[in-house]
Design a protein around this ligand. Structure first.
Ligand code: SF4
Length: 374
């Protein structure tokens, strides 16, 4: 990337962005990171300084994946998080985007690894069965490449649920014994950014936090940034009022569906899914799955697929507000639901992480509570 060099003190616009767009994006990133508004100028100054002092090298590795996280990152638009970061970071190795191939690509990786410390982004799960032979690039297995590249990393970002927790490749019967990054290089600084795919806004905000403060944001017990995964989808869902009032969609296309009622009975896993989807949305916040009338599938949680399927089966009566109100006489419905949802989600996270591989091989399907047909 070439262009004008920004001044760290004047927040001169970067190559792709006007000054107004740059400052607006810094304010947006500050809000996504849940920082006080006064941090906006600090973020702007830090990003300007990063561009002046030399852009950090980024090595983007792809293993067992569909490239959906790359697509998600590249498809954001106006003024784009991707554009901002292409100005601030040097994406020196990315198999989908780079021009070199074959031996030239291998040389590009070797040269990038000489620029320590660098940032590593990992997309896709890592197969471990049969010596890891089910994903090899340039004759080296994913385990070998990741272990080697992780050694010089200042931080590793596992983007998408496959890289974070194994994702689809780890679903039963898990023929490749796929795992997430933490299971291979758990001793390295790691941030998990699950989602199917990762939300580009959260990836950008995590990188902005690293550039601004020199460290990753605060994380939960599964290594996910709290700014993005610290609350449940259910907590901020615009259909929550319908849930609390007992107004549920009961059939696709029925009157409730047309009027935007709650999708819980249609299989929504929002009460057990940690994500800021309702707050940042997708496609420049034009919409998101629930906004488009589709249930949340809890794609940010461990064992997504095994635990969430069948996707359109509901989680059972125990979360329904009237039943909770009856069972917990005297408790506020909102409080009861919040605790219940958090407990379910915590159970999903902790238990699933510990037993992920074993359960996947057994084809178990018990992490998310399952109800009967509506
Ligand atoms: Fe929204 Fe789903 Fe919760 Fe209903 S159950 S309020 S659709 S997150």
């Amino acid at each position: 990337m070439t262009g004008r060099t920004p001044s760290p003190t004047s927040t001169e616009p970067l190559t792709f962005l006007s000054r107004r767009e740059f400052l607006r994006l810094c304010s947006f990133m500050t809000a996504v990171l849940a920082l006080p508004a006064r941090y906006g100028t600090r973020v702007a100054a830090a990003l300007g300084a990063a561009a002046v002092s030399g852009r950090p090298t980024v090595i983007w590795l792809e293993f067992q994946d569909c490239a959906g996280d790359t697509e998600s990152f590249l498809r954001s638009s106006h003024p784009t998080a991707a554009e901002l970061l292409f100005d601030l970071l040097s994406l020196d190795y990315h198999e989908v985007l780079m021009a070199p191939a074959g031996q030239a690509a291998a040389r590009s990786l070797a040269e990038a690894m000489e620029r320590t410390p660098y940032l590593v982004v990992v997309e896709g799960s890592i197969p471990t069965a049969d010596g890891g032979v089910y994903c090899t690039v340039g004759g080296r297995t994913a385990v070998q490449t990741l272990t080697e590249v992780a050694h010089g990393a200042a931080a590793i970002l596992a983007v998408g649920t496959c890289a974070a927790f194994g994702g689809l490749p780890a679903a039963a019967p898990d023929p490749t014994e796929a795992v997430g990054v933490r299971d291979v290089v758990g001793d390295r600084p790691l941030v998990n950014l699950p989602g199917c795919p990762v939300n580009a806004v959260n990836l950008a905000a995590t990188l902005v936090h690293h550039l601004t403060f020199g460290e990753p944001p605060a994380l939960d017990e599964l290594g996910r940034p709290l700014f993005a995964y610290g609350s449940l989808v259910h907590d901020h869902c615009p259909r929550r009022g319908h849930f609390d009032s007992g107004r549920f969609v009961r059939e696709w296309g029925d009157e409730g569906h047309r009027r935007g009622w709650c999708l819980y009975r249609m299989g929504c896993k929002g009460p057990a899914a940690h994500s800021n989807c309702p707050l940042v949305g997708w496609n420049d916040n034009t919409s998101w799955p629930i906004g488009a009338g589709h249930p949340c599938l809890a794609c940010t949680e461990p064992r997504f697929w095994d635990a969430s399927a069948p996707f359109y089966r509901w989680m059972g009566e125990e979360h329904l507000p009237m039943r909770r109100a009856r069972e917990r006489e005297g408790e506020g419905i909102g409080v009861a639901l919040g605790v219940g949802g958090a407990a379910v989600a915590a159970g999903v996270g902790a238990a699933a992480l510990v037993h992920q591989r074993r359960r996947a091989r057994r084809g178990a399907d018990t992490s998310l509570p399952q109800g009967g047909a509506t």
